[in-house]
Write a protein that binds this ligand. Structure first.
Ligand SMILES: [Mn+2]
Length: 296
C-alpha cells in the first residue's frame, strides 16, 4: 500500500503507527486542499491519513470535524472525533505493538488539539519542538525527506531526548528558534486588531517562516481569534486563508472548521483553513472577522 498523510506532526505520527501495523511501501505527504482539488491520483492501493476522504482510496483515517462522512458512507478505516488522527489509528489498530508509543500519543494529542502551553508556543521544547521542525520554508522535497527520516528515528527509539540529539533534528531545531524571531517581527508589522480578532495580512510578505499555530497568541494575548492571509499559491489563482481560536483566551463559540468548509476548505471547531481565489480573499477574511466578532 501507499500512504498519503498530512505534512504536520499528526500526519508523521499517523505514518509511524500505520507503518507498524500495515504493509506500507511508500509514504507521501500532502496538504488537505490537494485531496479536495481532486487532482491527486488516488487508487484502492492508497491509505489516506489526517486528510479529507476520497472515495477512490483503499482505506481512510481522520478526525477532522469538517470531514465527517455522510450517513451510510462505506469505507475501510475509521473516522471519529479524537484529539489526533494518530489516536484514531491507535484505537482502530488496537495492537499491543503500539504500546511503546503511549507517551508520543499523548503528546501528539496535545499538540494537535490546542493544548500546548503558551510558554512552549514561544519557546518550543520536547515533542513540540520536533513538531516545529517538520514544516519549514525549505523546498517540499527536502521537508518530505526529513519527515521520512523522523519517522525512522521515532520507530528506532521513541525517546524524544535521543531524537532531538540527532544531527539533522538538532540543526532544524536551531532554525526553529531563529525563524520564530523573524516571524515575530513579521506578525507585529502586519497584524491589525479588528474588534477582538487579530488579522494578519501577509499577502505581500516574502519568505514567511512557518512558526507554529500558537505563536501569534503570545504576541496578542487578548484576542479571541486570529485570521491570516498568506501569499499567493503557485497556481497564481489561489491564496490560503487560515483562522483559529485563541486557545489561551476566552472561549469562542464560532465554528471555524464549518466556516472554512463553506469556503472550500475545512478544519476543526477551533482551527481551519481554505484556499480561496485571490481577488475574493480580503472580503472573505473581513466577513469571517465580522462573524467571529458578532458571535462573541
Ligand atoms: Mn490532525
Amino acid at each position: 500500500m501507499r500512504l498519503y498523510t498530512h505534512t504536520d506532526f499528526d500526519g508523521v505520527v499517523s505514518a509511524v503507527f500505520l507503518v507498524e501495523v500495515e504493509e506500507i511501501d511508500e509514504i507521501l505527504f500532502i496538504d488537505p486542499a490537494n485531496i479536495q482539488s481532486g487532482r491527486v491520483q488516488i487508487t484502492k492501493f492508497d491509505i489516506l491519513a489526517d486528510l479529507p476522504y476520497d472515495k477512490r482510496c483503499g482505506m481512510w483515517f481522520d478526525h477532522h470535524e469538517s470531514n465527517k462522512p455522510k450517513e451510510g458512507t462505506k469505507f475501510a478505516g475509521l473516522w471519529k472525533i479524537a484529539p489526533s488522527c494518530a489516536q484514531v489509528i491507535y484505537d482502530w489498530a488496537d495492537n499491543p505493538y503500539l504500546d511503546k508509543y503511549k507517551e508520543l500519543l499523548s503528546e501528539v494529542n496535545k499538540i494537535d488539539s490546542g493544548q500546548v502551553p503558551l510558554d512552549e508556543a514561544k519557546n518550543p521544547k520536547g515533542w513540540f519542538l520536533l513538531s516545529n521542525t517538520l514544516e519549514t520554508s525549505a523546498p517540499k522535497k527536502e521537508d518530505d525527506d526529513y519527515r521520512r527520516h523522523v519517522i525512522e528515528l521515532i520507530r528506532k527509539n521513541p525517546d524524544i531526548h535521543s531524537i532531538l540529539s540527532d544531527e539533522r533534528v538538532a540543526k532544524r531545531s536551531q532554525k526553529v528558534f531563529s525563524d520564530l524571531e523573524i516571524l515575530k517581527d513579521i506578525l507585529l508589522n502586519n497584524t491589525k486588531i479588528i474588534g477582538k480578532v487579530a488579522y494578519s495580512d501577509l499577502r505581500q510578505v516574502e519568505n514567511i517562516p512557518r512558526g507554529n499555530n500558537y505563536f501569534i497568541y503570545s504576541l496578542f494575548p487578548d484576542v479571541l481569534a486570529s485570521v491570516r492571509l498568506l501569499p499567493g499559491e503557485e497556481d497564481g489563482v489561489h491564496i490560503k486563508i487560515s483562522a483559529g481560536h485563541n486557545v489561551y483566551g476566552a472561549k469562542s463559540n464560532f465554528n471555524i472548521g464549518k466556516a472554512m468548509k463553506e469556503m472550500g476548505g475545512g478544519g476543526h471547531f477551533a482551527v481551519g483553513g481554505a484556499k480561496v481565489r485571490k481577488e475574493e480573499a480580503e472580503k472573505l477574511a473581513m466577513d469571517l472577522i465580522k462573524k467571529i466578532n458578532e458571535s462573541a
